[in-house]
Write a protein that binds this ligand. Structure first.
Ligand SMILES: [Fe+2]
Length: 259
């Protein structure tokens, strides 16, 4: 499969999003299909996101990380991935995952439902697809908070599958480059091989939509620092994924371009 590279970056305000306007959705979809990135600013309050981050840090410090395959009815869980060979894409991060059938104290699927509505509409799916309690077509929504620690948190350049379940994997930034970390960040790769660092053009509460197949990754976060998992200093984001279940075999896996 030919690599897809990032093209233009569009910046919108949260209030510009009109889920009922088919022309708006179609234009955005066509641009994303061609490799464009959309940064949607101003939708979510930093204070709320700081409270969520604080909650996750307490969980991360006080309970064991554990891996669970994604199957219907599985727990919410957090796990570490420190260059784990079993992952499809090599990385170094701590991940906190929430499935739609589990209740949580922040009511996350209701609070951030507009992001799944837009993701689904851009994927030409009904707005509420995959976010109910039931598995649909072998897939489920999974909201994952990803923490990339100072001292080398990273994710290799890769492409995620685009199939019946999604066109784009939105991410929300939950930290600020320049304050939480100084070097690295999430990027989409342009055709000349340059990295468009998303954390340089977006910050707290901004939501970024790009094509799952565009080459993207996380450039090492403050690589010269000592890595201290319990300090929880570094880059935070929230991923609005739709994943196949572990038992679903007819959707491709992500492709790591550095392995
Ligand atoms: Fe990805």
């Amino acid at each position: 499969m030919a690599k897809l590279f990032a093209r233009d970056v569009h910046t919108l305000h949260h209030n510009d999003i009109d889920l009922e306007n088919d022309d708006f959705i179609t234009t955005m979809r066509r641009n994303i299909e061609q490799g464009d990135t959309y940064v949607v600013k101003g939708g979510y309050d930093r204070q709320l996101l700081e409270r969520i981050r604080d909650y996750l840090v307490r969980i991360g410090r006080n309970s064991y990380p554990n891996y669970h395959p994604i199957e219907e009815g599985c727990h919410n869980f957090h796990r570490m991935n420190k260059f784990d060979d079993r992952a499809y894409v090599k990385g170094c991060f701590h991940q906190f995952s929430f499935l739609p059938w589990n209740q949580d104290v922040f009511n996350l699927y209701d609070r951030f439902k507009e992001i799944y509505f837009l993701k689904n509409k851009l994927s030409q799916l009904p707005a509420n697809k995959f976010i109910s309690h039931e598995v649909q077509e072998g897939c489920t929504a999974r909201m994952s908070f990803q923490f990339y620690p100072n001292g080398g948190g990273m994710l290799n350049a890769h492409a995620d599958p685009k199939d019946r379940h999604q066109l784009t994997v939105p991410i929300m930034l939950m930290s600020q480059k320049g304050e939480d970390f100084q070097q690295g960040g999430g990027y989409v790769m342009a055709s000349d091989g340059s990295e468009i660092i998303l954390d340089d053009i977006a910050g707290w509460g901004d939501v970024i939509y790009f094509n799952a197949q565009v080459v993207h990754g996380v450039a090492p976060i403050n690589p010269e620092d000592n890595l201290d998992w319990l300090a929880f200093k570094g880059r935070w984001m929230l991923l609005f994924a739709v994943n196949k279940l572990a038992s679903t075999t007819d959707i491709n896996n992500s492709i790591d371009y550095n392995k």
